[in-house]
Design a protein around this ligand. Structure first.
Ligand code: ZN
Length: 331
């Protein structure tokens, strides 16, 4: 999509002035050029014999290579063009409907050049565009790469890792992942993407406060997500309101723990002080929004030590949370 919005301007400007130049500068009037005729600057081979159009972009390529890697082109009856429009004497063909220029170009990288360096730079929407284009073109090698890249972004390991604050994925991209993962039976990725949505503030903002119908998820999936959020939230609240287990339990009859270090030794007192802290700090509700990643003890360690909870008890609570996350995630 970025190709459509800025492709021609960027390309033309790069010829008159370096794009990197800083500070105010005069932009000369650009020579007029049809906006629907943007030649890709990477894939425009002077000895190519076919032009492929994807959106507003044109790619001049080798037909034999395209046919070797993409079943779609292999099965095209009249690849030489016949009466087709021609550019530089090459017949012009379109990519299948639904494939974008960005996705097609990503597929070309796999087919035409060593791909690892390029695909590792793709953003999530880029990977999804590639997945779709590869699927529509029946290009197995690119499909394989796209799936592998998707699995890397959405780490399917037991418990989702803390999101990278530098690289926040918009919830709309997460929804696109859910759709594609469903299409290609990538169940672990779908599950992981569902959790990302479940813990996305922006998603719930849209769900509760703007037009719910505008969210590109089926009513069934939206309900499923709401239910999962309620259940996980309930589990979290139950867990987090329970005070840490003392390393040595002491005598249940007296209700006293044998924790050497904690100030709070009587069970009822431990419960009262702990709950006040959790509710007062807002962890009861904040944690419920992302219970698999909300490491309470790690976040509040110093405050809890200042409140005279001991290291051993805090370690017990943190370990209990780690065990719970595995149980809640369902592996
Ligand atoms: Zn203790």
């Amino acid at each position: 999509m970025s190709d459509k919005s800025g492709g021609s301007t960027k390309q033309n400007m790069s010829k008159s002035a370096p794009v990197e130049s800083k500070g105010p500068r005069k932009i000369k009037a650009l020579p007029s050029r049809p906006v629907n005729n943007i030649r890709d600057n990477t894939f425009w081979y002077s000895d190519g014999n076919i032009v492929i159009q994807a959106g507003v972009k044109l790619f001049k390529l080798h037909a034999s290579r395209l046919q070797r890697f993409c079943v779609y082109f292999k099965e095209m009856v009249d690849l030489d063009g016949g009466d087709a429009k021609r550019i530089e004497a090459c017949p012009v063909h379109n990519v299948p409907q639904g494939a974008t220029a960005e996705g097609f170009k990503a597929v070309l990288y796999v087919v035409e050049v060593p791909f690892e360096t390029f695909t590792s730079k793709l953003t999530l929407p880029g990977i999804i565009a590639m997945l779709e284009a590869a699927h529509l073109l029946s290009c197995n090698s690119a499909l394989h790469v796209a799936k592998r890249r998707l699995a890397t972004v959405w780490d399917p390991h037991p418990v989702p890792a803390r999101p990278d604050p530098e690289n926040v994925i918009p919830y709309t991209s997460t929804i696109a992942t859910i759709h594609r993962a469903g299409d290609y039976n990538l169940f672990s990725i779908e599950k992981r993407a569902f959790y990302e949505l479940l813990s996305s503030e922006n998603y719930w903002q849209a769900y509760f406060h703007t037009n719910r119908e505008s969210i590109d998820l089926s009513a069934y999936d939206r309900e499923r997500l709401l239910h999962a959020r309620d259940v996980l939230g309930r589990w979290w609240r139950e867990f987090v309101l329970t005070p840490p287990e003392a390393t040595q339990r002491g005598n249940p009859a007296t209700g006293r723990t044998k924790c050497k270090w904690c100030t709070y030794k009587v069970t009822t007192e431990r419960e009262r002080v702990w709950r006040l802290f959790i509710i007062g700090k807002g962890d009861l509700e904040h944690g419920a929004l992302d219970p698999l990643r909300y490491n309470l003890v790690d976040l509040r360690r110093q405050d809890l030590l200042n409140e005279w909870w001991c290291m051993d008890c805090l370690r017990n609570k943190e370990n209990a949370w780690k065990a719970k996350t595995v149980e809640w995630w369902g592996y």
